[in-house]
Structures are given as C-alpha cells and as structure tokens.
Design a protein around this ligand. Structure first.
Ligand SMILES: Cc1cc2nc3c(=O)[nH]c(=O)nc-3n(C[C@H](O)[C@H](O)[C@H](O)COP(=O)(O)O)c2cc1C
Length: 295
C-alpha cells in the first residue's frame, strides 16, 4: 500500500482527461497545500504554504494511514516521496523556498520526510517492511539530485526504512529526462552501494532477462514494474517460465500451467499471518537470491 500526499499537484484532473486544475465548482479543493506558494505549472492550482500546524497534521495523517493499512491487511507500506508530490516538494530547492526549519539547508528540506518516516515506522509493525519511493533526481541543475538522495537514503535507513524505491523527476514540468530502457536503474545501484540500503529499480524494465540481470548483478534488490503489468498482467508467470523458475499458479489456471506447477490457493484472511508465506512462496527449489546491499 502506497501512502501519498499530492501537495501542489492535488485537485487536478484525471490524467486521461484534459490536464489542469479542477475548479471548486466541479468539486475541486478549496485549499491545496505545498511547502511554498509556487504552482507546478500555470494550469495547476496555486497552493498555500503549509503552516507548522498543517505540517504536523500531515505527519499524523501519514501515521494514521499506516495504521489503517495494517488493519486492512496490507503487509508492505511505501511512503511516496517522489514525482513532485508533497514530500518531494519539500526535498527539492526548486519547490521549497521556506525560511523556517523546513526549508533552506539539506537538513531542513529533508525534515518533513524524516518526520513522516519516523511517525509511520512507529505506527507500522516492526517486522513488516517499510519502503520509501524517492525521485533520485529532478534532472535540473540546482534541484534535488542523486548525491542528496544517497545522503537521505543513509538517514532513512537509520530511521528503519527497509528499501528505497528509486524513481526520478516529476517536480518541474520542463525537466529533460533521458527516458529509455532501465534509465533509472543506475540510481538504485548508486544508492544501494553508497548508502548500503536495499533498493528497488523502476522505469522501463520490461523483460524477465532485464529484470533478472538487475538483481543478479547487484544493481538493486527488487525491480518494480508498472506499465508492462498493464500490457501483460500475467508477466510473473511468463517471467518464471522464461527464467525456468518454479512459481505457484492460481489453482483455477493449473490446466494451463507447465507440468509440475504447484497450485496457489486463495488466501484465508483469518489466518493471513500463518498462510502468507505458504501460499505465495515457492514450494520447491527456493534458492537464496538476495545479494547483500553494498556488496
Ligand atoms: C497508470 C499508472 C499509474 C501510476 N500510479 C502511480 C502511483 O500511484 N504511485 C507511483 O509511485 N507511481 C505511479 N506510477 C508510476 C509507475 O509506478 C512507474 O514509476 C512508472 O510507470 C515507470 O515504470 P514503468 O516503465 O515500469 O511503467 C503510475 C504509472 C502508471 C502507468
């Protein structure tokens, strides 16, 4: 479950409609907030700078959301600190022009992120993983960059974050992003090695061999895939077949599965804790795959 606050990108239209603000007359928000009163773009809402009380409300709301996610049965929480949403807006000097404890220096710009992570970590069970998605760079001189991301990752690890999910961009509309296969993977690799924390690589990772290569060569501990799953929702089954790995198949699909495939049966939420591993794990040939971060 990803927890997010949209900051100055809130109250905008669905991405597949025309872009821009939803006015109050059409149900848009009265108050959009951000670190500073700076719009993302001309057709976006003009935000109000968050007050100190407003900041504390946001921190508490993230913690409450984590508690609800746990009660609802989610087993991984990711804090969204990327893509030009509220936390990223605080991190980046391009969107954060505050002159109080939440703006200016690296320590101040990262304060909201650290406070949210601290509050979520103490509201989320210790034994369950906490991820943070960051934009490793704004792709703009003078913006948030990979060096600051490495430093932030070190601090987030100290605060109990298990994995940094390394995306990029989204905080300014005019950034020139060299989009292409695996274009963000190098960020996951650098953060993994320099901050010695587990990372996730994301962005135009589409083939099983490409994903496997990233893991095997120690560039990241996990790959995160979005659009390829929309094109092919059965991607994990395809990847398992291509990489000759055993995977449990939905029991209803077993007749289409390779010979010897194990059934995956529906999860009984009442005994979720005990059955999770059993139902989703791979029952045989379960070799150690994890390469220690920083090695
Ligand atoms: C329809 C759609 C919805 C998305 N929603 C989110 C989201 O809620 N949170 C997020 O961090 N990224 C979101 N993303 C971005 C993806 O997680 C991912 O970072 C991006 O698409 C690049 O990965 P890909 O090349 O595998 O698609 C979304 C992407 C798509 C296509």
């Amino acid at each position: 479950m990803q927890l997010a606050h949209a900051g100055r990108k809130a109250s905008t239209r669905r991405p597949w409609e025309t872009s821009g603000t939803v006015p109050e007359t059409e149900g848009g928000w009265k108050k959009v907030v951000a670190p500073s009163a700076l719009r993302f773009a001309d057709n976006y809402p003009m935000p109000q700078a968050l007050t100190r009380d407003g900041i504390q409300e946001v921190v508490s709301a993230f913690a409450a959301a984590a508690r609800r996610a746990c009660q609802a049965g989610f087993r991984v929480v990711e804090i969204h600190a990327a893509h030009g949403y509220l936390i990223h807006e605080f991190l980046s000097p391009l969107s954060n022009k505050r002159e109080d404890h939440y703006g200016g220096s690296f320590e101040n710009r990262t304060r909201l992120c650290r406070e949210i992570v601290g509050a979520v970590r103490s509201s989320w069970p210790n034994e369950l993983p906490l991820f943070v998605r960051i934009s490793a760079t704004d792709w703009i001189d003078g913006g948030w960059d990979i060096e600051q991301s490495v430093e932030l990752a070190r601090e987030l690890k100290r605060l109990g974050v298990d994995l940094i999910d390394c995306s990029s961009g989204g905080n300014v509309p005019h950034a020139k992003i060299p989009v292409g296969p695996g274009y963000q993977t190098a960020f996951a690799q650098k953060i993994r090695h320099e901050a010695e924390v587990m990372t996730g690589a994301v962005g135009m990772i589409t083939s099983p061999v490409q994903a496997e290569h990233i893991i095997r060569t120690g560039q990241a501990d996990a790959v995160i895939i979005a659009r390829e799953f929309l094109r092919d929702p059965y991607w994990p089954l395809r990847a398992a077949r291509e990489l000759d790995q055993p995977i449990a198949w939905p029991v209803q699909y077993l007749r289409a599965a390779p010979k010897g495939a194990q059934p995956r049966v529906a999860v009984d939420l009442k005994s979720f804790e005990s059955c999770f591993e059993e139902q989703h794990g791979v029952p045989e040939r379960r070799g150690p795959r994890r390469i220690e971060a920083g090695k």
